[in-house]
Design a protein around this ligand. Structure first.
Ligand SMILES: O=C(O)C(=O)C[C@]1(C(=O)O)C=C[C@@H](O)C=C1
Length: 402
């Protein structure tokens, strides 16, 4: 792997060398097939005077470097890494005070770095949006609240790995509304640096959800590896590329492989081909619900324990023929435990929960309105998180490549 501070001589296709001579003393580019580039800055883009490094990576014929001949793959991946210096950097908790850009495009916050599945989901939800990567889920919530972004697209649950609990907790802590959902088929691949084979691996890194979605396949592959959690799938791919980790593979998408110059060692390593992640689209304002198309409503409630309250709450939907699609319980942070004195024998502790429920009806539907007024009677806290169209996009496991 070439590092950013090394000089190298490469042969390029004529197409991309048609550039004027740059002024910088650090490098020289000519109109000829051979050119010398000295990279002393973070980004190859800044040293190539306008040549897109990705285009350069695609156009490399062969390489001679310090007397050692490098493979085309090696340099392509170097260029891809250097070009990834141009990718937007994730917002951090301190950046959310950044002045908003007042363009016409929808600014869409997601958690992770470019190449993350969340970016793909955000792109599906808002195809013309300006994508804003954030380093944490909480930052994406804040970005929308502080008008740095107009929408956030965040994962709620995966068909193999289950719920993303952090986002359930954050939905309650923040005042955003669910205005839509995206169901994204997730095709996980095992990625490594060019020239690295499965026999070289000691470690696999990825988002904990991705690791759990591939748990059985990793074992079946017979890899002698430790599994380590990172912030997101594409971030794991980026780390391998930037730190030149030749004993490590990432679980991430093919798109992440392209962005960070990695090879796909094994395609489709998730444990079941029906691997779908459901993302929520969040906004500052709710949308007006309709009844003309399939809608879903998400609520959260808490109750003070009296006999069979949870059963009563859930039955108000059953009596009205409303389908419940999901129930999730999370600790009730304001009062996680109640002490129960059982007949003066001793003190038992009971855990307290917030219950999140999704049901298939629009808040414009009278049945849903009546059901919620019943729920209100049994509960001490009730909030509607959103009433939004169900993602009805047709899907087959191989039809979308994320
Ligand atoms: O790491 C990513 O690429 C993400 O977008 C995060 C995330 C998740 O949080 O569940 C999203 C979809 C996949 O199921 C795996 C990981």
């Amino acid at each position: 792997m070439l590092s950013v501070t090394q000089s190298f001589v490469i042969s390029l296709n004529k197409s991309i060398v048609s550039t004027r001579s740059p002024r910088s003393k650090h490098y020289r580019l000519t109109r000829y097939r051979k050119c010398t580039i000295r990279c002393e800055k973070e980004s190859l883009h800044s040293t190539t005077n306008g040549i897109d490094p990705a285009a350069m990576a695609a156009s490399i014929d062969n390489v001679a470097f310090a007397g050692v001949s490098k493979t085309r793959n090696d340099l392509q991946s170097s260029c891809a890494i250097l070009s990834s210096g141009n990718l937007p950097k994730p917002l951090t908790i301190n950046d959310t005070s950044r002045a908003p850009m007042h363009g016409l495009e929808m600014r869409v916050a997601y958690q992770g770095v470019p190449g993350a599945y969340s970016e793909a989901a955000a792109g599906n939800a808002y195809p013309n949006g300006e994508m804003i990567p954030c380093d944490q889920f909480e930052v994406a919530f804040q970005a929308v609240e502080l008008w740095v972004a107009d929408r956030a697209v965040l994962p709620l649950e995966n068909s193999l790995g289950g719920s993303i609990h952090r986002n359930y907790d954050l939905l309650l802590r923040h005042r955003l509304h669910i205005v839509g959902e995206v169901q994204l088929p997730v095709n996980h691949c095992l990625l490594a640096l060019p020239g690295v084979g499965t026999q070289d691996l000691n470690r696999v890194i990825s988002h904990p959800q991705a690791l759990s979605q591939c748990e059985l396949t990793l074992t079946k592959l017979g890899l002698k590896v430790t599994r380590e959690a990172g912030y997101d799938t594409a971030g794991a791919a980026e780390l391998i590329a930037k730190s030149n980790l030749r004993d490590t593979a990432a679980i991430a998408s093919k798109h992440a492989a392209k962005l960070y110059g990695l090879n796909v060692l094994v395609d489709s390593i998730h444990d079941d081909s029906n691997n779908v992640t459901r993302f929520a689209m969040l906004a500052r304002e709710p949308i007006i619900p309709h009844i003309g198309r399939p809608f879903r409503t998400s609520i959260v409630f808490a109750h003070d324990n009296s006999t069979a309250v949870l059963f009563k709450v859930l039955s108000v939907f059953a009596f009205r023929n409303i389908n419940l699609t999901k129930i999730e319980s999370r600790p009730r942070r304001v009062r996680p435990i109640t002490l129960v004195d059982e007949a003066n024998v001793g003190t038992a502790k009971r855990f307290e929960y917030m219950f999140y429920v999704d049901f298939d009806a629009s808040m414009a539907d009278v049945r849903a309105q009546n059901a919620l007024s019943d729920v209100q009677e049994y509960t001490t806290f009730l909030r509607v998180l959103g009433s939004y169209p169900i993602d009805m996009t047709p899907w087959s496991p191989s039809s979308r490549d994320s």
